[in-house]
Design a protein around this ligand. Structure first.
Ligand code: COA
Length: 158
């Protein structure tokens, strides 16, 4: 597996994964392009190379401001889940944040998204606080979870 920065050529694959993962934020192509242009923002993709045609299996988008960063979107294609792809992506995120001096990585997740909560807990995120009635369609609170970057190990097992 290869973790690399995204290029505009990855947008179609990212949107296809997003469509298969309704729990992920459903962004438009422009949202990715605009985020990638912001200082402190990085979008990573995970490439599987089963043959000579690399396949994008998942992506992670994050944004750093000073010593805080936010994981803005993360999804792995359902046919590649539970193979360590998100762990490898998070490892890439943490590596980059350690290099750029971030101290804390935050994210928001729906309480009903049990797979994502299990993943984040396994990766060492802790519940920071709850934002009441944050999400729409359907309405739901947001759990704000945080990971201390300086003490984080690389969760990638690949
Ligand atoms: C959450 C998500 C990104 C995890 O991706 P993944 O590549 O399957 O995760 P990994 O294989 O790296 O899992 C690492 C560990 O996290 C935990 N975990 C991951 N998915 C889990 C699940 N469905 N149920 C329980 N635990 C899970 C396990 O401890 C797992 O280790 P194990 O497989 O050895 O038991 C993936 O399920 C996904 O894309 N979901 C839809 C989009 C989404 O919800 N995004 C987050 C929005 S906040």
């Amino acid at each position: 597996m290869q973790i690399r920065s995204f290029t505009e050529n990855d947008i179609a694959a990212i949107l296809a994964i997003q469509r298969q993962c309704p729990q992920a934020a459903q962004w438009k192509p422009q949202d990715y392009l605009e985020l990638a242009r912001e200082p402190g923002a990085v979008i990573l993709v995970a490439n599987l190379e089963p043959s000579n045609a690399p396949e994008v299996a998942g992506f992670a988008a994050f944004h750093q401001v000073l010593d805080e960063a936010e994981l803005r979107n993360l999804a792995v294609h359902p046919s590649h889940q539970r193979k360590g792809v998100a762990s490898a992506l998070l490892g890439g995120v943490i590596l980059r944040l350690q290099e750029s001096g971030a101290k804390t990585l935050y994210l928001e997740v729906r309480p009903s998204n049990q797979p994502a909560r299990a993943f984040y807990s396994a990766a060492g995120f802790r519940l920071d606080y709850t934002r009441p009635n944050y999400y729409r369609n359907p309405a739901e609170d947001a759990l704000v979870m945080a990971l201390e970057i300086s003490s984080a190990s690389h969760p990638s097992r690949l």
